[in-house]
Design a protein around this ligand. Structure first.
Ligand SMILES: NC(=O)c1ccc[n+]([C@@H]2O[C@H](COP(=O)([O-])OP(=O)(O)OC[C@H]3O[C@@H](n4cnc5c(N)ncnc54)[C@H](OP(=O)(O)O)[C@@H]3O)[C@@H](O)[C@H]2O)c1
Length: 271
């Protein structure tokens, strides 16, 4: 325990939050407490259980709270937060979702989206994979897939394939990517797994034992890096199949862990 930090909340403690519905499963309060401790901060991040219909009222209240520094948002509030913030970063605007908000001294709420950046940092740090100039296959076109696709494009991939059960959503994501990154080669050909340096699962397929595979595992080859956004189970069927083929793999949890310091920084808790 860092001696500089009181082990109780006092009148000086700075408050941060995480907003979700449900809330019981979130791990961020414990993980952020470790960051605050490491940086010697008198701060606490507490869980706020809020239903979508009352989200706007809560944000107004938090805006009035002078000792409040900001909050993290997760399911189901990420998209709705886009319109509830006073301003958002380009990342959040492009992805269409917010997962971290800073409360400015005047009460304004500034949102950003760090899922994708967390993914790329984890991927680079833990597998040594550098996306620049590479070809990446992303299964899914929901929140996680969208964030990872934009972050990979920002990190310089040359070619990106978006494969999704609902083709319209894959096409729509490809169109948004094309608008921001006109130089990027884009495809929605789900059958082209073999033709990529990086293969990513951004769908929720693999969370339940009865799920069908998110992509054709037989097309994986040992030279590919394979990543999954799913955190539970730690080893998804995709990661097991990839490891058995001799691929370098990237689990889901580091994507979240790599965001924690970025979130603390966006909320102004650390420099
Ligand atoms: N590691 C991290 O930091 C992190 C961060 C965010 C999310 N995640 C994880 O990423 C996963 C996806 O989350 P999300 O927020 O992106 O969810 P989401 O927005 O609801 O998107 C779900 C995606 O999965 C696809 N899908 C769902 N059921 C399917 C089925 N039966 N067959 C084929 N495709 C199916 C959907 O396809 P359709 O478009 O066709 O419905 C969509 O592409 C979750 O496991 C989540 O926990 C991890």
């Amino acid at each position: 325990m860092n001696e500089k930090i009181p082990n109780t909340i006092t009148g000086r403690t700075r408050i941060y939050g995480i907003l979700a519905d449900p809330i019981y499963h979130v791990k961020t309060p414990q993980v952020m407490a470790e960051v605050f401790r490491r940086h010697g901060l008198d701060a606490v991040l507490i869980p706020f259980h809020v239903k979508p219909a009352r989200l706007g009222s809560l944000i107004s209240g938090l805006s009035a709270m002078e000792n409040f520094g900001g909050f993290i948002t997760t399911v189901p509030h990420k998209s709705a937060m886009l319109d509830l913030c006073d301003d958002v970063t380009d990342e959040a605007r492009h992805i269409g979702a917010v997962n971290c908000v800073r409360r400015e001294a005047d009460g304004r709420m500034i949102g950003t989206m760090l899922d994708g950046l967390g993914f790329v940092i984890a991927l680079t740090n833990l597998t040594g994979f550098n996306p620049r100039g590479k070809a990446a296959y992303v299964a899914g076109a929901g929140g996680a897939a969208c964030a990872m696709a934009f972050a990979l494009a920002d990190a310089g991939v040359r070619r990106l394939t978006i494969a999704n059960r609902t083709p319209d959503k894959a096409q729509a994501l490809a169109a948004r990517l094309r608008h921001v990154h006109p130089e990027l080669e884009l495809s929605t050909d789900a059958g082209s797994v073999a033709d990529h340096d990086l293969v990513v699962n951004g769908t929720s397929l693999g969370m339940n034992p009865e799920d069908r595979p998110p992509l054709d595992f037989s097309m994986l080859s040992p030279d590919q890096v394979v990543a999954d956004a799913i955190m539970d189970p730690v080893m998804t069927p995709l990661l097991k199949a990839a490891e058995a083929k001799g691929c370098r793999i990237q689990r889901g949890l580091p994507m979240l862990q790599c965001q924690i310091e970025l979130m603390a920084r966006h909320m102004g808790a650390i420099e």
